[in-house]
Design a protein around this ligand. Structure first.
Ligand SMILES: NC(=O)c1ccc[n+]([C@@H]2O[C@H](COP(=O)([O-])OP(=O)(O)OC[C@H]3O[C@@H](n4cnc5c(N)ncnc54)[C@H](OP(=O)(O)O)[C@@H]3O)[C@@H](O)[C@H]2O)c1
Length: 226
């Protein structure tokens, strides 16, 4: 499978790219508004992955070409640019693509970060509104700290919550997310539940702010029986 990270030159793009490249056999496409910047990022990621795996399949492209080639397109751009980025690559998306958003709207003050969703209710729902007809949208990876992923010395033991209206698209994202070592993907219902998932992100960042030893904190849900 081909996984594109649009804005994959940034923090969460780097973290997901390194983990997918190290732990899975999928082809990773780094997208950028500037293809040269994408290729520079790929060179850095290859350095970070040197000695870690025999075959690293990771390439850099402009966002549109990365989206065009991919089965899964992850919008790794700041939340206020997510809608415009969907518009910019709309011609490269079709019903066979799965569009994934990890974006969270937040505002900060002296106390910490606060959840600040757009009028659509959540960034995930905004992306769904902007996506071309028939392109399934999935929310995932919202509550992960980029640095926790990028530091490959760090053994993950974290969950990520997945919201989607399209069952097949949800299954696709659950499957690839579960392939990352130490990451467990859990279903959190339809896109209507995205705000609850997104709103956990400012909470974990505030926990990190107020607890020195909790830098890059994430969430592991416990309980149940298995
Ligand atoms: N950082 C985290 O720990 C984290 C964790 C979970 C979820 N997220 C979510 O993931 C998303 C990306 O976060 P990030 O921290 O990785 O962001 P970031 O590093 O600030 O930016 C990511 C990339 O977005 C692109 N970008 C910047 N301005 C843009 C614009 N005006 N239009 C289109 N693309 C633009 C840039 O790529 P090019 O210049 O190469 O195009 C940049 O490298 C956010 O929505 C955030 O809520 C972040």
């Amino acid at each position: 499978m081909r996984i594109a990270l649009l804005g994959g030159t940034g923090d969460i793009g780097e973290g997901l790219a390194l983990r997918f490249a190290r732990d899975t056999s999928h082809e990773i496409l780094i997208g950028s508004r500037d293809p040269e910047k994408a290729r520079d990022a790929v060179a850095e990621y290859e350095d970070a992955l040197a000695d870690r795996t025999d075959e690293i399949d990771i390439k850099g492209f402009g966002n549109e070409m990365a989206a065009d080639r991919a089965d899964i397109v992850i919008l790794s751009v700041p939340p206020y640019y997510a809608g415009d980025t969907v518009d910019a690559v709309a011609d490269s998306l079709d019903s066979d693509s799965v569009l994934v958003t990890p974006a969270v709207g937040m505002q900060g003050d002296e106390d910490g970060l606060h959840y600040h969703p757009p009028e659509a209710g959540s960034v995930t729902q905004l992306v769904a509104q902007r996506a071309p007809d028939g392109v399934p949208v999935v929310g995932a990876f919202h509550n992960l700290a980029a640095d926790a992923l990028s530091n490959l010395e760090n053994d993950l033991d974290l969950d990520t919550l997945v919201v989607a209206d399209d069952d097949a698209a949800a299954d696709t994202v659950l499957t690839v997310a579960n392939e990352i070592e130490g990451l467990r993907a859990l279903e959190a219902g339809p896109l209507a539940n995205a705000a609850e998932v997104e709103s956990v992100t400012p909470l974990v960042i505030n926990i990190a702010k107020y607890n020195e030893e909790m830098h890059d904190v994430g969430v592991k849900w416990i309980g149940g029986s298995n």
